[in-house]
Design a protein around this ligand. Structure first.
Ligand code: UD1
Length: 418
């Protein structure tokens, strides 16, 4: 198993090109099967979740090939409607194939995704909405068997929570359904808009409104398209935190100003100077000592993203003052806390609240990542700690970050993969 060996306390300075968004590319690749055609996807990051998605596409009968960061998916010969357990287990978000398979094959047989490292992740909202569209769902023995007896029919669906995955699955099922589907209280994360943009290029008729309503007018078929994945806002925030902990000065390109704007006040409150140089680049300059963020409350977009909670917490461990985190999205998203304590952080957790008292400095230790963004937090903390930090569980990091150690070493970090 790979480990990262980080020699901390080094100031980062230089330019980082941010990768394409993991949470955008995964549903877009899953949706490409609906086209039964060739799709060309640019800015596709080389991360293990993409590899897991490609394995599923290959299993279903697609032909895939990477050319640099462009992935070409040809789904003309798609022949299967099921995803076996070993492929479903590699990545919890493979549930996003449900809507696509139903659209293109009329049925789907998937293993139930179950819980994950962030706590229970039910799919009741996905299934409730799909049932309203006429899908017959049979659940038992850990298997989901779904069939649309006739074509799915558009209807009005109100989500009780703006679930990202449920919105995506309903969108995918609606593009070829008969009539109009109206999704109210839909998620409006940039990755949802990117999926809708891609599907629209493929011939779907989708309107996303700012009030969280999505209207999909079903069409008879989709065709292939060429699309560039949006920049990864969480990777960008992770690199900004990495720069901030040692008075760094970073220039980030391939970001989206719109998507990252809500995170900028966090860095400004911490004492950093953030300046957008264009719509897709920014400069961040951190002070010699950070101030604590008083309150970070994770919320659906445009609120503060739960995926950025862990790296921002790592940044706050070495700030002046006390910060409070309230994790509103996932019940088990503080697994990095015990590991940050090993590095000398001062954090107390009570339910969904974590109180971080900034310390003067962290000291390097051996720590174990237990989820993707927790792993990123340990890297940020390791970069700030005095001495050597060894991070195990690097497979989690590889799920979402493309060559993270190379990216960081290029701006002055000392990280070795062992
Ligand atoms: C997606 C992202 C993940 C991000 C999360 C929230 C991908 C691949 N993953 O995950 O990185 O952290 O959005 O922004 O895009 N819920 C239910 N019932 C459901 C569905 C969800 O109760 O049917 C609950 C979940 O348990 C969780 C909350 O809703 O507490 C948010 O989940 P959701 O928005 O669906 O997240 P994912 O799509 O799984």
């Amino acid at each position: 198993m790979a480990e990262l060996l980080i020699e901390g306390s080094r100031r980062l300075e230089g330019e980082i090109k941010v990768q394409g968004a993991k949470n955008s590319v995964l549903p877009i690749l899953a949706s490409s099967i609906i086209c039964k055609d060739e799709c060309i996807i640019h800015n596709c990051p080389h991360i293990s979740d993409v590899k897991a998605t490609i394995k599923i596409l290959d299993y279903l009968g697609c032909k895939t090939r990477f050319e640099g960061n462009t992935l070409i998916v040809n789904s003309k010969e798609i022949s299967k409607n099921n995803i076996p357990d070993f492929l479903m287990r590699e990545m919890r978000s493979s549930i996003i194939f449900l809507g696509s398979l139903i659209s293109v094959m009329g049925s789907a047989k998937l293993c139930f995704p179950g819980g994950c490292e962030l706590g229970p992740r039910p799919i009741d909202l996905h299934l409730d909405g799909l049932r309203q569209m006429g899908l017959l769902v049979n659940e038992g023995h850990g298997i989901l068997e779904c069939e649309a007896a006739t074509s799915l029919r558009g209807c009005n669906i109100t989500l009780s929570f703006p679930s990202v995955g449920a919105t995506e699955n309903l969108l995918l099922a609606a593009v070829l359904a008969k009539g109009n589907t109206v999704i109210t209280n839909a998620a409006k994360e940039p990755e949802i808009i990117d999926l809708a943009d891609f599907l629209s290029k493929c011939g779907a008729r989708i309107k996303c409104y700012g009030d969280s309503t999505i209207i999909v007018e079903g069409v008879d078929r989709l065709h292939g398209a060429e699309h560039t994945i949006i920049p990864d806002r969480i990777a960008a925030i992770t690199y900004m935190s990495a720069g901030a902990v040692n008075a760094g000065k970073l220039f980030l390109k391939n970001i989206s100003k719109d998507h990252i704007s809500s995170a900028v006040p966090i860095f400004e409150e911490a004492g950093c100077i953030v300046k957008f140089l264009s719509e897709d680049s920014l400069k961040i300059e951190a002070p010699s000592r950070l101030y604590a963020n008083r309150l970070i409350r994770t919320m659906p977009y445009p609120g503060f993203p739960t995926d950025a909670q862990a790296p921002i917490m790592a940044m706050n461990t070495v700030s002046d003052g006390t910060s409070m985190f309230i994790e509103n999205i996932f019940s088990n998203r503080y697994k990095h806390v015990d590991e940050l304590l090993r590095l000398g952080a001062d954090i107390k957790v009570e339910g969904k609240v974590a109180i971080v008292d900034g310390v003067r400095r962290l000291s390097g230790a051996k720590v174990k990542a237990m989820d993707l963004r927790g792993a990123a937090a340990l890297v940020v903390a390791g970069l700030s700690a005095e001495g050597k930090t060894t991070v195990t569980g690097v497979n989690y990091l590889d799920r979402g970050y493309e060559n993270i150690e190379t990216v960081l070493c290029n701006v002055g970090a000392n990280i070795k993969r062992i």
